[in-house]
Design a protein around this ligand. Structure first.
Ligand code: HAM
Length: 434
């Protein structure tokens, strides 16, 4: 018989891996709650057109798409932002602005296999809709960075690389890029770290750009920090407006307590086509992995998808790269189940009392496993130990006779007896979380 395997790029979550995933999801939800975001979700299958309108070529090529039995062109969601735009757009007048929503969908992209990229992943999406002020941009990045802190990562381990598409556009126009060529230029610049420079130069040349324009593009993407940007392009009025906005943004980040993580880095443009303003990515400081998180402002997407004029910004943070980074730094919690009690028994009467005791202990909120088979007590206690139980409750003929259970503290081996009718309350008080 041929052994059946799962699909490449899709994960099986054995308990240990699921524990890591739940830990991350827990951190995401906790920080989202602290920032006052409400949770939402949408369907995992969407009309294909939702993604072909504005997500950009790269993601469209990676779609899991097919025709359903009703003849509709559909796709598994590769990202959440178009769904969010549709949902918020549909109820825009009724929603209190700014909308602050988050979601943790599983997403699907047919990617080429590489480290940190799979064909499914979970992604926290945190978005603010209906706010133009740059303060919202700062709030968004602060939330992403507070998630880093909540996992135990600090500014020596994670960096936020920030750029602004309006600044890039102003510079690119200044060096000779025509309006309609801006978007393909972003597409090329987005590949700076993944492809050799000669290949990118050839692609820019194919867009009809002159050598000095191409040189200007590369020069711009090498700028780091506000001072460098100011010194080189501060004289261009549309650029200086952008610089003023970025300065304000950095000041807000300072006040929000996360400035130490942030670098201005104009090589970041983001791969998705809908971004319109400040964009950012979080990376491990050594840049050994891929981006942990990416996002920015997309003020025109709601117009395109829902016909609603509403500014918006947000980010997506995947579980794959972040888990790898946390594992590298020893920041994932130790796996292992937590079990309050193991109920051991001997003989038919012992078994009946074991089931009743188990039920009472579980009703009192404790986690309990009882023995299935009438085995030697020593073997049962070995199971209790292997399961990491904090207490063993022992019900043999003598205990049944005297209507009291023997309770063994598994860490010290000390034993005592507790009356049946007091067992649940006594152990719940001892082991319960409060
Ligand atoms: P994105 O940059 O395509 O943005 O994805 C965001 C993050 O999701 C990445 O930084 C990475 O951590 C993770 N990710 C993406 N693709 C994969 C993959 N194939 N395997 C593992 N992890 C992956 C977006 O999706 C935007 N919709 C984010 C956004 C929300 N922008 C505004 N709001």
């Amino acid at each position: 018989m041929v052994e059946l395997k799962g699909l490449p790029g899709f994960r099986d979550f054995y308990p240990e891996e699921l524990a890591a995933r739940s830990f991350l999801l827990g951190v995401w939800k906790e920080v989202a709650r602290r920032y006052g975001f409400e949770e939402y979700d949408g369907p995992p299958l969407e009309p294909l057109e939702l993604y072909t309108r504005k997500s950009g070529d790269e993601i469209v090529q990676q779609l899991y798409e097919f025709e359903d039995k009703g003849g509709r062109r559909v796709a598994l969601r590769p990202e959440m932002t178009p769904t969010l735009a549709r949902m918020v757009g549909a109820r825009a007048p009724a929603l209190r602005k700014p909308v602050r929503w988050f979601s943790t969908p599983q997403l699907f992209r047919y990617e080429r296999k590489q480290r940190g990229r799979l064909r499914e992943h979970f992604q926290l999406n945190l978005d603010i809709l209906g706010e133009v002020d740059v303060l919202a941009d700062a709030e968004l990045l602060a939330a992403a960075l507070d998630i880093m802190r909540a996992t135990g990562l600090d500014a020596t381990q994670v960096r936020a690389r920030v750029s602004d598409r309006r600044v890039l556009a102003a510079i690119f126009r200044h060096v000779g890029v025509a309006e309609e060529t801006l978007e393909p230029v972003y597409g090329v610049v987005d590949k700076l770290e993944r492809e050799p420079r000669e290949r990118l130069e050839a692609q820019l040349k194919n867009l009809g750009l002159e050598p000095q324009t191409i040189a200007g593009i590369f020069e711009a993407t090498q700028l780091r920090g506000i001072e460098e940007l100011e010194a080189r392009f501060g004289g261009v009025p549309s650029v200086s407006e952008g610089i003023a906005e970025l300065s304000k943004y950095l000041e807000h980040l300072e006040d929000l307590g996360v400035r130490e993580f942030v670098d201005i880095d104009l090589s970041v443009v983001r791969g998705l086509a809908y971004y319109t303003g400040i964009v950012f990515e979080l990376w491990d400081a050594q840049r050994k992995l891929r981006a942990i998180c990416g996002g920015g402002r997309y003020d025109e997407l709601l117009q395109l998808i829902a016909g609603v004029d509403m500014p918006a910004l947000g980010f997506g943070m995947g579980d794959v790269v972040l888990s790898e980074l946390l594992r590298d730094h020893g920041l994932l919690p130790k796996p292992g189940r937590s079990l309050d009690c193991f109920v051991a028994w001997l003989g038919a009467d012992g078994q009946r009392h074991a089931l009743r005791a188990t039920q009472a202990l579980r009703s009192a909120g404790l986690s309990v496993i009882f023995e299935f088979r009438d085995r030697r007590l020593a073997n049962q206690l070995k199971s209790a130990d292997q399961l990491g139980a904090r207490r063993a409750v022992i019900l043999g003929p003598k205990e049944v006779e005297e209507k009291q259970a023997r309770v063994r503290d598994m860490s010290t081996g000390a034993e005592r007896v507790v009356r049946f009718d007091e067992l649940a309350a006594t152990l719940a008080a001892e082991l319960g979380d409060g």
